[in-house]
Design a binder for this molecule. Structure first.
Ligand code: PLP
Length: 451
């Protein structure tokens, strides 16, 4: 839809047709993405404020919600327009769309919100987090390219870098401990390394990356910094801290309902546009397209992401503190005893907290499984399921599930103990109601009663 509230579809159509004519030069729509001009002039305070400042799309008939452009293809008034669209002379910045594997207006609107959330110039959404990650890597690296990556990554990303990209594309990765800045420096081969890749808060070990320092090191050697911010939307804003690109699995917190698989790439407009290039673009040519109906649904959830994150984080901190007092081995970056506590405090956006995930190390897989069994089947604290960001608590034993792609040596390097239980803390029910269920399960574990 055009950038004004229109009550009549025909007005939009005629606007569009006029813009392909001779007056095209003074018809530029700055809001294609968060424009360069805008992102520089706005003082970026916080992700919620940035989201509120983003352009609000009205529906075609004046609805408070945007319309869904549920079209695979788009019509033109004159045959010449088609040629000009394919030549790149007319594009979505002027409300010209070709085909929905390329830019789609509704997906682009969600992209604008994601760009506002992450404080980037542009963003575009994809069919999954993995497609966002793989498409970015394939855009930034060519055959023979090199990546330096954290050794603690989501298992799927680890497998992509370890197995798939070397075999299919001759792109290799050196894994490093990103807490060791000297090791990162040494692993970067100037002129050959294309990307430094890490997670802002790592899955599942919850180590926190020093985003400003890592970005500085990478930039000194001309390397692009790509950060997976899936674990910490709103809490951390990697591009505002110096990184170049943020990727998300929207399937997690941003969706919040465990019903959609989706992803996003947030970064410079030049990168997003290059990913849509008709000849060389990874999104255009591999085609991990988001359905506009899904984009609409997700756009309706972004306004309450901040509220949800605050509650996830508040409860995770509270349970982590109480479990620590009970003598459990808890890993949570918001606890003062966490090695990265000062770091996350220095980088976090104000008032969101330190993340909604905590881990408890039960030492053996058998004890981890026993705890999860009690928590789900006896005290109803949460569900045994992978994923995160749901309103119910989700629990999984990482070593045998979401990190099972790593071999034993890689797990040890990543710091994943066989008994590590990852808990994505939900906000359903009251904090005390859920604590009593957790507490009851922990007492049962101490009783060593058979379950
Ligand atoms: C940190 C992280 N990044 C990326 C992904 C992949 O996202 P998706 O499942 O949406 O493809 C996941 C999935 O678990 C993840 O935890």
């Amino acid at each position: 839809m055009a950038d004004t509230l229109n009550q009549n579809t025909n007005i939009v159509v005629s606007n569009k047709k006029r813009s392909s004519g001779s007056d095209e030069c003074d018809h530029h729509d700055d809001s294609f993405f968060v424009s360069k001009k805008q992102s520089k002039s706005l003082v970026w305070e916080d992700p919620a404020a940035a989201l509120a400042n983003a352009r609000h799309e009205f529906g075609e008939h004046g609805g408070v919600n945007m319309s869904i452009e549920a079209s695979a293809t788009f019509t033109v008034m004159e045959p010449e327009t088609m040629r000009r669209m394919f030549a790149g002379e007319l594009g979505p910045d002027r409300d010209f769309f070709i085909y929905s594997r390329h830019f789609n207006p509704t997906v682009l609107n969600l992209g604008r919100l994601m760009a506002a959330l992450e404080g980037t110039e542009a963003a575009y959404c994809t069919a999954s987090g993995m497609s966002a990650i793989s498409s970015v890597m394939l855009q930034l690296c060519s055959s023979g390219g090199h990546v330096v990556a954290s050794q603690t990554l989501y298992g799927g990303t680890h497998a992509l870098l370890t197995h798939f990209l070397p075999r299919a594309c001759n792109i290799t990765t050196s894994f490093v401990d990103v807490r060791d800045l000297e090791m990162v420096k040494e692993a970067i081969v100037e002129g050959r390394t294309n990307v430094l890749y890490f997670e802002s808060v790592s899955n599942p070990t919850l180590t926190v990356a020093n985003i400003p320092e890592l970005s500085r090191i990478a930039h000194e050697k001309g390397v692009t910094v790509v950060v997976d911010n899936t674990f910490a939307p709103m809490v951390l804003s990697p591009v505002r801290l110096g990184a170049d690109v943020v990727v998300h699995s929207i399937s997690k917190y941003i969706s919040g309902a465990a019903d959609i698989i989706a992803g996003a790439v947030c970064g410079p407009a030049s990168l997003v546009n290059s990913m849509m290039d008709l000849h060389q673009g990874s999104l255009m040519l591999l085609g991990p397209t988001m359905n506009p109906k899904v984009a609409f649904e997700l756009a309706e959830r972004l306004p309450h992401l901040g509220l949800r994150m605050k509650e996830h984080c508040k409860r995770a901190l509270e349970y982590a503190s109480r479990m620590t007092k009970l003598g459990l081995k808890v890993i949570y970056p918001g606890l003062e005893n966490h090695p990265d506590y000062a770091l996350i405090k220095s980088m976090a956006n104000k008032d969101y907290g330190y993340g909604g995930i905590l881990c408890v190390d039960m030492e053996t897989e058998e004890r981890a499984n026993r705890l999860m069994n009690v928590l789900q089947n006896f005290t109803q604290f949460g569900f045994m399921a992978v994923s995160l960001g749901y309103y119910e608590t989700l629990m999984s034993c990482s070593g045998s599930s979401t990190s099972s792609e790593l071999n034993n040596e890689e797990k040890e390097l990543a710091g994943i103990s066989p008994g590590l239980v990852r808990m994505s803390i939900g906000y359903n029910g009251s904090l005390e109601q859920k604590w009593s269920q957790l507490d009851k399960a922990l007492s049962k574990m101490q009783d060593k009663m058979p379950f």
